[in-house]
Design a protein around this ligand. Structure first.
Ligand SMILES: Nc1ncnc2c1ncn2[C@@H]1O[C@H](COP(=O)(O)OP(=O)(O)O)[C@@H](O)[C@H]1O
Ligand SMILES: [Mg+2]
Length: 267
């Protein structure tokens, strides 16, 4: 896990920079699905930590437990056993309502199939995410427009999903996931339904959300085209993490630490 610092860039400070604290931490997560003879151990003891400012890819074959793990990390599903801490809060023993609050305050979810309301415009689809948080009115509307501009859809605010390309729809879904400024963004196969160009645009966007906004982004995928965008790749097989790779300029890269600070300063 720990990476030796190679020839550190001219140190501005004498103190070594502390590693960012994980914003999400899962320990020994086990999940059984189904009942009786049909019980499947979908996760068999998974450990995973996510830090701010990184795009992590969770890769593994179909049926390896990716969606199950993402659902547990996103507080949509509870583990059979194991410990999960989200933004400093342990989830064990929380009621469904308390879990929903944790999810609302800290997690943005992006689904493979966008899950947009077909009868609402791009802007309205994003506004729903603030509506459910009690944020209405002019400020909320402005924030939604701003985020749609950020994802490159400033010219598509009034379009309905049916009049947007798949790539544009997924970008609306990304805007909806980040409009409430969650520290954790989880995406399930975000490029699966997209062609190369649109898939790349969405991955570029997810990397930007991690690096420029200091969020912790985890994307489940088995699409090798997503690899160039990752800071870190975690491999899962048959319910177990079997490997991890990291880009050389990964975790303790000074620029990532600085961006994290910058985000904190904005918070
Ligand atoms: N509701 C369920 N009941 C029983 N088994 C399930 C259920 N959902 C998923 N599984 C099984 O759990 C395993 C992991 O599934 P999943 O997390 O969806 O994998 P992935 O997203 O990697 O394709 C698979 O063997 C799948 O068949
Ligand atoms: Mg899946």
């Amino acid at each position: 896990m720990t990476r030796k610092k190679s020839a550190a860039p001219a140190a501005k400070e004498n103190k070594p920079k502390p590693k960012p604290e994980p914003v999400l931490s899962a320990t020994n997560i086990v999940k059984e699905l189904g009942r009786g003879a049909g019980t499947v151990m979908a996760l068999k003891g998974v450990d995973l930590r996510l830090v701010p400012g990184e795009l992590t890819l969770l890769m593994g074959p179909s049926g390896s437990g990716k969606t199950t793990l993402l659902s547990i990390l996103g507080c949509i599903m509870t583990p059979t056993s194991g410990e999960l801490t989200v933004a400093g809060t342990k989830t064990a023993g929380l009621s469904p309502d308390e879990l929903a609050v944790l999810r609302r305050d800290h997690i943005g979810f992006i689904f493979q199939s966008y899950n947009l309301f077909p009868t609402l415009s791009a802007l309205e689809n994003v506004r729903i995410a603030l509506d459910v948080r009690g944020q209405k009115g002019y400020e909320a509307a402005r924030r939604c427009e701003e985020v749609l501009r950020e994802v490159g859809l400033g010219h598509r605010l009034r379009n309905f999903p049916g009049n947007l390309s798949g790539g544009e729809q997924q970008r609306v879904a990304v805007a909806r996931a980040i409009v409430s400024s969650p520290s954790i963004v989880l995406a399930d196969e975000p490029t699966a339904a997209l062609d190369g160009e649109n898939g790349n645009a969405v991955m570029e966007l997810l990397a930007r959300i991690a690096h420029e906004q200091g969020r912790s982004v985890l994307a489940v995928t088995h699409d090798p085209r997503t690899l160039p965008y990752a800071d870190r790749v975690v491999r899962i097989e048959d319910g177990l993490i079997v490997g991890e790779e990291r880009r050389p300029e990964g975790l303790d890269a000074p620029e990532i630490t600085d961006l994290t600070k910058r985000r904190k300063a904005h918070a």
